[in-house]
Design a protein around this ligand. Structure first.
Ligand SMILES: NC(=O)c1ccc[n+]([C@@H]2O[C@H](COP(=O)([O-])OP(=O)(O)OC[C@H]3O[C@@H](n4cnc5c(N)ncnc54)[C@H](OP(=O)(O)O)[C@@H]3O)[C@@H](O)[C@H]2O)c1
Length: 274
Protein backbone atom coordinates (compact mmCIF):
# COMPACT_ATOMS: atom_id res chain seq x y z
CA UNK A 1 0.00 0.00 0.00
CA UNK A 2 1.55 3.28 -1.16
CA UNK A 3 0.57 6.72 0.11
CA UNK A 4 1.11 9.62 -2.29
CA UNK A 5 1.93 13.02 -0.81
CA UNK A 6 1.61 16.02 -3.10
CA UNK A 7 3.12 19.22 -1.66
CA UNK A 8 5.68 16.89 -0.05
CA UNK A 9 8.49 19.44 -0.30
CA UNK A 10 6.40 22.10 1.47
CA UNK A 11 6.23 23.00 5.17
CA UNK A 12 3.33 20.65 5.89
CA UNK A 13 4.09 17.95 3.32
CA UNK A 14 7.59 17.34 4.69
CA UNK A 15 6.09 16.80 8.13
CA UNK A 16 3.33 14.53 6.81
CA UNK A 17 6.04 12.45 5.11
CA UNK A 18 8.00 12.18 8.40
CA UNK A 19 4.92 10.99 10.30
CA UNK A 20 4.03 8.46 7.59
CA UNK A 21 7.58 7.04 7.51
CA UNK A 22 7.64 6.85 11.31
CA UNK A 23 4.44 4.77 11.10
CA UNK A 24 6.13 2.39 8.64
CA UNK A 25 4.21 3.49 5.54
CA UNK A 26 5.46 3.28 1.98
CA UNK A 27 5.56 6.91 0.80
CA UNK A 28 5.68 8.38 -2.68
CA UNK A 29 6.21 12.13 -3.11
CA UNK A 30 5.10 14.21 -6.06
CA UNK A 31 7.21 17.23 -6.96
CA UNK A 32 7.86 19.39 -10.00
CA UNK A 33 11.61 19.25 -9.30
CA UNK A 34 12.81 15.89 -7.94
CA UNK A 35 16.44 17.05 -8.19
CA UNK A 36 15.94 19.58 -5.37
CA UNK A 37 13.33 17.68 -3.33
CA UNK A 38 15.78 16.64 -0.55
CA UNK A 39 13.37 14.10 0.93
CA UNK A 40 14.47 11.10 3.06
CA UNK A 41 15.95 8.23 1.02
CA UNK A 42 13.06 5.88 1.87
CA UNK A 43 10.68 8.14 -0.09
CA UNK A 44 10.02 7.36 -3.74
CA UNK A 45 10.19 10.75 -5.46
CA UNK A 46 8.19 11.17 -8.68
CA UNK A 47 8.04 14.15 -11.00
CA UNK A 48 4.62 15.67 -11.74
CA UNK A 49 2.80 18.97 -11.92
CA UNK A 50 -0.74 19.29 -10.57
CA UNK A 51 -1.38 22.00 -13.16
CA UNK A 52 -0.77 19.37 -15.86
CA UNK A 53 -2.85 16.47 -14.52
CA UNK A 54 -1.69 13.91 -17.10
CA UNK A 55 1.83 14.21 -15.61
CA UNK A 56 0.68 12.80 -12.27
CA UNK A 57 -0.77 9.56 -13.70
CA UNK A 58 2.46 7.54 -13.16
CA UNK A 59 2.57 8.72 -9.53
CA UNK A 60 -0.95 7.36 -8.89
CA UNK A 61 -0.18 3.71 -9.70
CA UNK A 62 -0.80 1.44 -6.72
CA UNK A 63 -1.75 4.34 -4.43
CA UNK A 64 -4.46 3.84 -1.79
CA UNK A 65 -4.47 7.30 -0.24
CA UNK A 66 -3.26 10.69 -1.36
CA UNK A 67 -2.61 14.06 0.26
CA UNK A 68 -3.71 16.79 -2.12
CA UNK A 69 -2.07 20.22 -2.19
CA UNK A 70 -4.72 22.74 -3.28
CA UNK A 71 -4.53 23.61 -6.97
CA UNK A 72 -8.11 24.63 -7.81
CA UNK A 73 -7.67 24.86 -11.58
CA UNK A 74 -7.28 21.10 -11.97
CA UNK A 75 -8.61 19.60 -8.73
CA UNK A 76 -11.64 17.93 -10.33
CA UNK A 77 -9.51 16.33 -13.04
CA UNK A 78 -6.90 15.21 -10.52
CA UNK A 79 -9.56 13.64 -8.28
CA UNK A 80 -11.06 11.84 -11.28
CA UNK A 81 -7.64 10.50 -12.33
CA UNK A 82 -7.05 9.34 -8.77
CA UNK A 83 -10.37 7.51 -8.77
CA UNK A 84 -9.60 5.82 -12.09
CA UNK A 85 -6.22 4.72 -10.70
CA UNK A 86 -7.89 3.03 -7.72
CA UNK A 87 -7.08 5.61 -5.04
CA UNK A 88 -9.61 5.23 -2.19
CA UNK A 89 -9.05 8.32 -0.11
CA UNK A 90 -7.94 11.94 -0.56
CA UNK A 91 -6.85 14.22 2.27
CA UNK A 92 -7.05 17.88 1.23
CA UNK A 93 -4.57 20.40 2.63
CA UNK A 94 -7.16 23.17 2.86
CA UNK A 95 -7.53 26.30 4.98
CA UNK A 96 -9.69 27.55 7.82
CA UNK A 97 -10.54 30.46 5.55
CA UNK A 98 -13.14 28.03 4.16
CA UNK A 99 -14.79 27.71 7.59
CA UNK A 100 -14.79 31.48 7.97
CA UNK A 101 -16.27 32.04 4.47
CA UNK A 102 -13.16 34.02 3.55
CA UNK A 103 -11.99 31.57 0.90
CA UNK A 104 -12.81 33.07 -2.45
CA UNK A 105 -12.90 29.98 -4.59
CA UNK A 106 -9.49 28.50 -3.78
CA UNK A 107 -9.40 25.72 -1.17
CA UNK A 108 -13.18 25.38 -1.23
CA UNK A 109 -13.08 24.50 -4.92
CA UNK A 110 -10.63 21.71 -4.16
CA UNK A 111 -12.66 20.39 -1.22
CA UNK A 112 -15.81 20.28 -3.36
CA UNK A 113 -14.02 18.63 -6.29
CA UNK A 114 -12.79 15.86 -4.01
CA UNK A 115 -16.20 15.40 -2.37
CA UNK A 116 -17.86 15.25 -5.79
CA UNK A 117 -15.46 12.52 -6.94
CA UNK A 118 -17.18 10.07 -4.60
CA UNK A 119 -13.86 9.09 -2.98
CA UNK A 120 -13.41 9.08 0.80
CA UNK A 121 -12.25 12.53 1.88
CA UNK A 122 -10.85 14.37 4.88
CA UNK A 123 -10.30 18.12 4.87
CA UNK A 124 -7.46 19.52 6.97
CA UNK A 125 -8.15 23.21 7.50
CA UNK A 126 -5.38 24.89 9.48
CA UNK A 127 -5.61 28.53 10.42
CA UNK A 128 -2.49 30.67 10.79
CA UNK A 129 0.76 28.67 10.43
CA UNK A 130 3.34 29.36 13.17
CA UNK A 131 5.98 29.25 10.45
CA UNK A 132 4.58 32.53 9.06
CA UNK A 133 6.29 34.14 12.08
CA UNK A 134 9.64 33.03 10.69
CA UNK A 135 8.91 34.96 7.50
CA UNK A 136 7.68 38.07 9.38
CA UNK A 137 9.99 38.19 12.36
CA UNK A 138 13.28 36.36 11.72
CA UNK A 139 15.11 39.51 10.61
CA UNK A 140 13.65 41.91 13.24
CA UNK A 141 14.29 39.37 16.00
CA UNK A 142 17.88 38.93 14.81
CA UNK A 143 18.17 42.71 15.21
CA UNK A 144 16.54 42.53 18.67
CA UNK A 145 13.61 44.83 17.83
CA UNK A 146 10.11 43.97 16.57
CA UNK A 147 7.47 46.51 15.46
CA UNK A 148 3.87 45.39 16.05
CA UNK A 149 0.56 47.12 15.37
CA UNK A 150 -1.54 44.53 17.20
CA UNK A 151 0.63 43.34 20.14
CA UNK A 152 -2.39 42.12 22.10
CA UNK A 153 -4.00 40.23 19.22
CA UNK A 154 -4.28 36.64 20.36
CA UNK A 155 -3.87 33.78 17.97
CA UNK A 156 -3.18 30.08 17.90
CA UNK A 157 -0.53 29.64 15.20
CA UNK A 158 -0.15 25.96 14.56
CA UNK A 159 3.11 24.00 14.27
CA UNK A 160 3.50 22.58 10.77
CA UNK A 161 4.32 19.19 12.26
CA UNK A 162 0.88 19.05 13.88
CA UNK A 163 -0.81 19.78 10.56
CA UNK A 164 1.31 17.06 8.96
CA UNK A 165 0.43 14.66 11.78
CA UNK A 166 -3.29 15.23 11.26
CA UNK A 167 -2.93 14.68 7.52
CA UNK A 168 -0.88 11.51 8.07
CA UNK A 169 -3.45 10.13 10.51
CA UNK A 170 -6.23 10.75 8.00
CA UNK A 171 -4.21 9.13 5.20
CA UNK A 172 -3.64 5.97 7.24
CA UNK A 173 -7.03 5.30 8.83
CA UNK A 174 -10.56 5.39 7.41
CA UNK A 175 -12.03 6.53 10.74
CA UNK A 176 -11.23 10.08 9.57
CA UNK A 177 -13.34 9.81 6.41
CA UNK A 178 -15.86 12.63 6.00
CA UNK A 179 -14.28 14.71 8.77
CA UNK A 180 -13.03 18.28 8.77
CA UNK A 181 -10.09 18.98 11.09
CA UNK A 182 -9.08 22.52 12.02
CA UNK A 183 -5.62 22.24 13.61
CA UNK A 184 -4.51 25.00 15.99
CA UNK A 185 -1.72 25.29 18.53
CA UNK A 186 -2.46 23.94 22.01
CA UNK A 187 -2.60 27.41 23.51
CA UNK A 188 -3.77 30.90 22.60
CA UNK A 189 -1.02 33.55 22.71
CA UNK A 190 -0.79 37.25 21.91
CA UNK A 191 1.69 38.52 19.35
CA UNK A 192 3.68 40.08 22.20
CA UNK A 193 3.79 36.68 23.96
CA UNK A 194 4.85 35.00 20.71
CA UNK A 195 7.78 37.39 20.25
CA UNK A 196 8.79 36.82 23.88
CA UNK A 197 8.56 33.03 23.44
CA UNK A 198 10.99 33.26 20.53
CA UNK A 199 13.27 35.58 22.54
CA UNK A 200 13.28 32.98 25.36
CA UNK A 201 13.99 30.18 22.87
CA UNK A 202 17.07 31.96 21.51
CA UNK A 203 18.11 33.38 24.90
CA UNK A 204 18.36 36.95 23.63
CA UNK A 205 16.48 40.12 24.68
CA UNK A 206 14.01 41.48 22.10
CA UNK A 207 12.18 44.80 22.46
CA UNK A 208 8.71 45.53 21.02
CA UNK A 209 7.70 48.89 19.52
CA UNK A 210 3.99 49.48 19.04
CA UNK A 211 3.25 51.08 15.65
CA UNK A 212 0.11 51.94 13.66
CA UNK A 213 -1.55 49.41 11.31
CA UNK A 214 -0.51 51.61 8.36
CA UNK A 215 3.15 51.51 9.45
CA UNK A 216 2.94 47.73 9.90
CA UNK A 217 1.45 47.36 6.44
CA UNK A 218 4.34 49.34 5.00
CA UNK A 219 6.85 47.10 6.83
CA UNK A 220 5.13 43.95 5.49
CA UNK A 221 4.95 45.30 1.93
CA UNK A 222 8.68 45.93 2.06
CA UNK A 223 9.44 42.29 2.89
CA UNK A 224 7.21 41.07 0.07
CA UNK A 225 3.82 40.30 1.60
CA UNK A 226 0.98 40.76 -0.94
CA UNK A 227 -1.31 43.68 -0.04
CA UNK A 228 -4.51 41.60 0.02
CA UNK A 229 -2.92 39.10 2.44
CA UNK A 230 -1.80 41.95 4.72
CA UNK A 231 -5.33 43.41 4.75
CA UNK A 232 -6.77 39.97 5.48
CA UNK A 233 -4.30 39.32 8.31
CA UNK A 234 -4.77 42.77 9.84
CA UNK A 235 -8.54 42.36 9.87
CA UNK A 236 -8.05 39.15 11.85
CA UNK A 237 -5.55 40.80 14.21
CA UNK A 238 -8.06 43.59 14.86
CA UNK A 239 -10.82 41.07 15.61
CA UNK A 240 -8.51 38.94 17.74
CA UNK A 241 -7.48 41.95 19.84
CA UNK A 242 -11.09 42.33 20.95
CA UNK A 243 -12.30 38.73 20.75
CA UNK A 244 -9.50 36.18 21.33
CA UNK A 245 -10.02 32.91 19.46
CA UNK A 246 -10.12 29.66 21.39
CA UNK A 247 -7.60 26.89 20.68
CA UNK A 248 -9.24 23.75 19.33
CA UNK A 249 -8.79 20.06 20.24
CA UNK A 250 -8.64 18.84 16.63
CA UNK A 251 -4.96 17.80 16.62
CA UNK A 252 -5.48 15.64 19.71
CA UNK A 253 -8.73 14.22 18.33
CA UNK A 254 -7.10 13.18 15.06
CA UNK A 255 -3.71 12.01 16.35
CA UNK A 256 -4.15 11.16 20.04
CA UNK A 257 -1.43 13.68 20.96
CA UNK A 258 -1.96 17.28 22.00
CA UNK A 259 -0.83 20.02 19.66
CA UNK A 260 2.42 21.89 20.33
CA UNK A 261 2.28 25.18 22.19
CA UNK A 262 3.67 28.25 20.46
CA UNK A 263 6.65 28.20 22.87
CA UNK A 264 7.43 24.62 21.78
CA UNK A 265 7.32 25.71 18.13
CA UNK A 266 9.74 28.53 19.00
CA UNK A 267 12.19 26.08 20.55
CA UNK A 268 12.01 23.85 17.46
CA UNK A 269 12.70 26.88 15.24
CA UNK A 270 15.20 28.80 17.38
CA UNK A 271 17.86 28.43 14.67
CA UNK A 272 15.66 30.37 12.23
CA UNK A 273 15.89 33.46 14.45
CA UNK A 274 19.55 33.32 15.54
N1 LIG B 1 0.56 29.86 5.71
C1 LIG B 1 -0.61 29.84 6.32
O1 LIG B 1 -0.82 30.50 7.35
C2 LIG B 1 -1.72 28.96 5.78
C3 LIG B 1 -2.90 28.86 6.53
C4 LIG B 1 -3.91 28.01 6.06
C5 LIG B 1 -3.75 27.31 4.88
N2 LIG B 1 -2.59 27.45 4.17
C6 LIG B 1 -2.46 26.70 2.92
O2 LIG B 1 -1.45 25.71 3.05
C7 LIG B 1 -0.86 25.52 1.78
C8 LIG B 1 0.65 25.80 1.90
O3 LIG B 1 1.23 24.70 2.52
P1 LIG B 1 2.80 24.65 2.76
O4 LIG B 1 3.22 25.88 3.53
O5 LIG B 1 3.10 23.31 3.32
O6 LIG B 1 3.35 24.74 1.26
P2 LIG B 1 4.67 25.43 0.74
O7 LIG B 1 5.76 25.30 1.77
O8 LIG B 1 4.31 26.77 0.22
O9 LIG B 1 5.07 24.49 -0.50
C9 LIG B 1 4.25 24.36 -1.62
C10 LIG B 1 4.19 22.88 -1.99
O10 LIG B 1 3.22 22.67 -3.00
C11 LIG B 1 3.81 22.03 -4.09
N3 LIG B 1 3.19 22.53 -5.33
C12 LIG B 1 2.83 23.80 -5.60
N4 LIG B 1 2.31 23.89 -6.84
C13 LIG B 1 2.36 22.64 -7.36
C14 LIG B 1 2.00 22.09 -8.60
N5 LIG B 1 1.46 22.84 -9.59
N6 LIG B 1 2.18 20.77 -8.81
C15 LIG B 1 2.72 20.00 -7.84
N7 LIG B 1 3.10 20.46 -6.62
C16 LIG B 1 2.92 21.77 -6.40
C17 LIG B 1 5.28 22.34 -4.02
O11 LIG B 1 5.99 21.27 -4.62
P3 LIG B 1 7.27 21.41 -5.58
O12 LIG B 1 7.70 22.86 -5.54
O13 LIG B 1 8.28 20.47 -4.98
O14 LIG B 1 6.78 20.96 -6.90
C18 LIG B 1 5.51 22.37 -2.50
O15 LIG B 1 5.72 21.08 -2.01
C19 LIG B 1 -1.50 26.49 0.80
O16 LIG B 1 -2.58 25.85 0.14
C20 LIG B 1 -1.99 27.56 1.75
O17 LIG B 1 -3.04 28.31 1.19
C21 LIG B 1 -1.57 28.25 4.60
Amino acid sequence: MTILVTGATGNVGREAVKHLLAAGQQVRALTRTPETAALPPEVEVVRGDLLEPETIVPALAGVTAMQLYAVPETAAEVAELAKQAGVRRIVVLSSDAVTDNHDDGFHLVVEKAVENSGLEWTHVRPGEFAINKRDSWSEPIRQGHVRLAFPDAKGMPVHETDIGAVAAAALMDDRHAGKVYRPTSHDTTSQREQVMAIADAIGKPVTIEVITPAQEKEDMLQVGWPEDVIDYLQSYFQTWTNQPPVARPDVAEATGKRAHTFAEWAVDHAADFE
